[in-house]
Design a protein around this ligand. Structure first.
Ligand SMILES: Nc1ncnc2c1ncn2[C@@H]1O[C@H](COP(=O)(O)OP(=O)(O)OP(=O)(O)O)[C@@H](O)[C@H]1O
Length: 132
């Protein structure tokens, strides 16, 4: 059996983790889209001046979506390694992993609506009042 590669230092573990994120970003279009959208949401959050609790909820939702995407990518790679040929159970594993991402994204969208909709409505109302 092949010996496990010695890593040791904490900085090595950190580097490997970063490599994983960079690899996933290079290969997964969906992840790139979610990261882009996350930056957009953070900008909008600064613009509206969210309170501490709102910031915490928004950042947690972003973290949940991006980590779900990373886990999904890891599972896809694992499935491709274990079952490069077409097999129904392999497909199911991938579908379930994608389903997990879809679920988290759906909840994140609901959170986004709950937090940002009142700000957008207030902004719209201010605009209407200024025009009068
Ligand atoms: N080895 C396999 N055996 C059976 N079905 C598979 C296999 N690989 C993929 N599939 C089916 O094809 C679908 C798409 O698989 P693919 O590897 O292309 O993922 P993907 O489209 O890159 O996913 P994502 O869009 O989340 O990155 C899977 O959800 C699964 O239903």
């Amino acid at each position: 059996m092949r010996k496990k590669k010695q890593t040791g230092a904490f900085t090595d573990s950190f580097r490997y983790a970063l490599n994983g994120i960079v690899y996933a970003l290079k290969t997964e279009r969906n992840l790139r889209f979610h990261v882009f959208f996350a930056f957009l949401v953070v900008e909008v959050s600064f613009f509206f001046g969210l309170n501490k609790v709102e910031w915490a909820v928004v950042l947690f939702a972003i973290a949940a979506v991006i980590s779900a995407e990373l886990f999904n990518t890891a599972i896809e790679n694992l499935v491709d390694m274990v079952s490069p040929e077409y097999r129904e159970p392999a497909g199911k594993v991938k579908d379930i992993a994608s389903g997990a991402v879809l679920f988290v994204v759906f909840i994140a969208v609901v959170i986004g609506l709950v937090i940002f909709l009142p700000y957008f409505i207030a902004m719209g109302n201010e605009g209407i009042l200024k025009k009068r």
